[in-house]
Design a binder for this molecule. Structure first.
Ligand code: 7TS
Length: 404
């Protein structure tokens, strides 16, 4: 058996999504901007995909949803364009974000700092989230934008987006959320929250890689990142990627219909896995309260077991997991999210992220429970560091200490 538990990195494309995309490669392949029938033939499918996107996140018809090449582009677009619009061509100089955003936000913020922008990186609490009230004191009359993710990719922890949006609204500051790990996993309703911009990515909800979107409340002005042939009303140029747009629309529809049932089913499997690991293993800890987590995610740290060693053993057992985001998985650095929540350096090297999908089966969970525990026993037996920390009399599963 092989088991893929790295669905926060990317997901399998749902076969129904592939089916929906297929006609738009070699059959209906015209450029939608062309005036002839080959071009216009794709229009109904594009309209349908846009409608599927609006419906899935309950956007209003005053809002814009613009397709991009990925969420990295959507995040870059918002941050760099707010810089141009409100800082270079305005009287602002400040952006607020968090310490645990995805690198596509953090690296862009670092770049903007080099250009002279002031950036505040909000700390997170021991649950790995920003408490909304901490934001208030950091917003000044120079703040152009607040950018805070909806759910974290490594822990699955869900941020208080409604409260954060209300503070931004009250202070008159634009609010961007990276919704990549929330959309398709938990209900996302744009009428319920005050969010000006939200980034999305199709490959996180069983759509294809290489297509994302940006939600723009009230069609707010935002200088384009890509200038060119005035596609999508001039907001994002580049010939429309019709098959991928169709795929993203179909994927978001499938992910969000009956979402409560889908969440419950994934959560049952996730909780069973989590409970089994916590009860079978000593000196392990799962980050964050499971009620405030995306239903598919577990970030577990295993005292005395290097994350990379564990990944190796799991990989040999044909189980795909992650030590954090795949983008950072190749180096042996500590998990930055775990450090941010106050884990000590040793513990931050032991994080393993297990992320399920709606395609994960009970048999797969049984298999992972068995192989995970035997990998931990094997690695602990050869670990010099675990031998040192092991004598924690009475140390119970799930009680590894996190320093603050
Ligand atoms: N934002 C978040 C919160 C993400 O988790 C990711 C991908 C991105 C943005 C980038 O999306 P893309 O469309 O540009 O690919 N996150 C991960 C991860 O957690 N492991 O690998 C990729």
């Amino acid at each position: 058996m092989q088991v893929y538990l790295d669905n926060n990195a990317t997901t399998m494309v749902d076969p129904a999504v592939v089916d929906a995309m297929m006609p738009f490669f070699s059959d209906i392949y015209g450029n939608p901007n062309s005036l002839h029938r080959f071009g216009t033939a794709s229009h109904p499918a594009i309209t349908q995909a846009i409608n599927q996107m609006y419906k899935a996140i309950n956007a209003s018809d005053k809002d814009d949803i613009i397709f991009t090449s990925c969420a990295t582009e959507s995040n870059n677009w918002v941050l760099k364009s707010v810089w141009v619009d409100k800082i270079l061509n305005g009287d602002k100089n400040h952006i607020v974000t968090t310490e645990i955003e995805h690198p596509s936000v953090l690296s862009t913020c670092k770049f903007l700092e080099e250009q002279g922008v002031k950036v505040t990186y909000l700390p997170v609490n021991d649950q790995g989230i920003v408490e909304a009230h901490t934001l208030r004191s950091f917003i000044t009359d120079k703040t152009a934008l607040v950018s805070i993710m909806w759910a974290n990719n490594e822990t699955g922890m869900i941020f208080p987006i409604k409260e954060i949006g209300e503070i931004c609204k009250e202070k008159g500051v634009l609010f961007h959320t990276d919704g990549v790990q929330a959309v398709g996993k938990i209900p996302v309703d744009m009428q319920e929250v005050h969010v000006d911009f939200m980034s999305m990515s199709a490959h996180k909800f069983h759509g294809p890689k290489g297509i994302g979107a940006l939600y723009i409340r009230n069609s707010e002005e935002l200088t384009p990142l890509l200038h060119g042939g005035e596609h999508m009303g001039g907001r994002r140029s580049g010939t429309l990627n019709v098959p991928y747009i169709v795929g993203m629309g179909k994927a978001i529809e499938l992910a969000t219909e009956n979402i409560a049932e889908k969440m419950a089913s994934i959560r049952t499997k996730r909780d069973r896995l989590e409970d089994a690991l916590l009860s079978q293993l000593e000196d392990v800890m799962v980050v964050g309260n499971r009620d405030n987590r995306t239903p598919n995610t577990i970030l577990i740290s295993i005292r005395g077991v290097e994350g990379e060693g564990m990944l190796w053993d799991l990989n040999n057992a044909l189980i795909g997991a992650s030590t954090g985001s795949a983008c950072a998985s190749e180096d042996l650095e500590a998990n930055t999210v775990m450090l941010a929540i106050g884990a000590d350096n040793e513990l931050a090297h032991t994080g393993i992220r297990l992320s399920l999908s709606r395609f994960t089966t009970d048999e797969e969970i049984d298999y992972v429970i068995e192989r995970f525990s035997s990998a931990v026993s094997r690695l602990r037996a050869i670990s010099s560091s675990y031998a040192i920390v092991q004598p924690t009399p009475g140390g119970e599963a799930g009680e590894c200490h996190i320093h603050h």
